[in-house]
Design a protein around this ligand. Structure first.
Ligand code: KG4
Ligand code: ZN
Length: 340
């Protein structure tokens, strides 16, 4: 008897239509991503209505490709995992409706997955030896969370952003310096030509909340810096702005993560989400963790930004725990981590 569990995973919470086949939670047999970035960048950010329409257009094709690349048919699939929140409701609904239809037609379990749990679990795919407990920093366009992964599928949120997410700050600063959407990779590239100590942008500390973040003050400070220079008729050095801003984000992320690792005496740190694909931030974390003797884990870039392989990895954990959703599964745009 085949003891392998093959999960077909679907992700459509924002602007990527994605499907993957994942075996036993850590082996990715296929990982197909259809990005909508080229359309949304015309508008300077994700347009929810367009995102939903594009998901509808692409989802069947992406699933077919995922099965083809895994050399499987739906008969080989043991369960369907799908992101059901948080995210854009219209976008989520496309994936959820599709997953329900497939699960119903092949009479296999349906598992709703939390998008952030997916990001965290991206770390299990390439780091076969990684096991909880560990501290995980999730930094994406919609979320900035510091989470204690107590066990498989057991999460305690230690801190979160009070305002903008880290990726959102990258996107807004990129717009201010005239770079397009998404801003993260463009800021990272420009920052390589700049001096990261040229401008002293603020690093917010929130009293009484040692693991919380705030990026809106930093973003405003960058905007003020640019406006002030414009009013005085001065040229700004955009590369210096990008590098100094990126360093400010990096310093704050490292500070909070190290505090948590120290306080909880857990010598393992992981990072996840779109901002984790920033090599400068990742390299700083590698260095500081090496100095302090902390094990540091990060997914490869393709598993940092939104994908379905991570949903398959998280879906497997939920599957093993016996979590099954019914045909009444709905999209929950503000789903909290740990809610079932
Ligand atoms: O995880 P993700 O694909 O989607 C969400 O769940 O939000 O993250 C997208 C975010 C965007 O804000 C993008 O600007 C940011 O991740 N990002 C980066 C980099 N690549 C993507 N931020 C900083 N540096 C990067 N290299
Ligand atoms: Zn995401």
């Amino acid at each position: 008897m085949d003891m392998n569990i093959n999960i077909l995973a679907i992700e459509s919470s924002c602007d990527e239509t994605a499907a993957a086949v994942v075996r036993n939670g850590r082996e990715v047999l296929s990982n197909i991503i259809s990005s909508q970035i080229d359309i949304h960048k015309l508008y300077g950010g994700v347009v929810p209505e367009i995102a939903s329409r594009k998901h509808i257009e692409k989802i069947n094709q992406v699933i077919e490709e995922a099965l083809l690349e895994a050399a499987m048919t739906l008969e080989d699939i043991d369960a369907i995992a799908v992101t059901y929140g948080p995210g854009l409701v219209g976008a989520l609904l496309v994936g959820v409706a599709e997953a329900k239809a497939i699960a119903y037609s092949i009479n296999k379990p349906l598992i709703g997955v939390h998008h952030i749990e997916g990001h965290i679990c991206a770390n299990f795919i390439e780091n076969k030896q990684l096991e909880p407990p560990f501290v995980c920093l999730i930094v994406s366009g919609g979320h900035t969370h510091l989470v204690l992964v107590k066990d498989y599928g057991e999460y305690e949120i230690l801190g979160r952003t009070r305002d903008d997410a880290a990726g959102e700050a990258f996107d807004k600063v990129a717009r201010a310096v005239g770079l397009g959407y998404p801003g993260g990779p463009k800021i990272e590239k420009l920052a390589k030509e700049g001096n990261d100590r040229a401008i002293d942008f603020p690093r917010a500390v929130i009293e009484g909340a040692p693991y919380d973040f705030s990026f809106s003050g930093l973003k405003s400070s960058v905007l003020n810096y640019i406006n002030l220079a414009q009013m005085k008729g001065l040229e700004v050095n955009k590369a210096d702005i990008a590098a100094s801003f990126q360093r400010a984000v990096s310093d704050v992320l490292i500070d909070r993560a190290l505090k948590a690792v120290e306080h909880y005496k857990i010598n393992k740190l992981a990072i996840a989400g779109g901002v984790a694909s920033n090599s400068t931030i990742c390299n700083s974390l590698i260095d500081v963790c090496k100095q302090k003797g902390i094990e540091f884990y990060f997914p490869s870039k393709i598993l940092c930004t939104d994908n379905a392989a991570m949903i398959g990895a998280a879906g497997y954990i939920e599957y093993k725990k016996g979590i099954r959703h019914g045909m009444d599964l709905n999209a929950i745009p503000n789903l909290k981590l740990g809610e079932k």
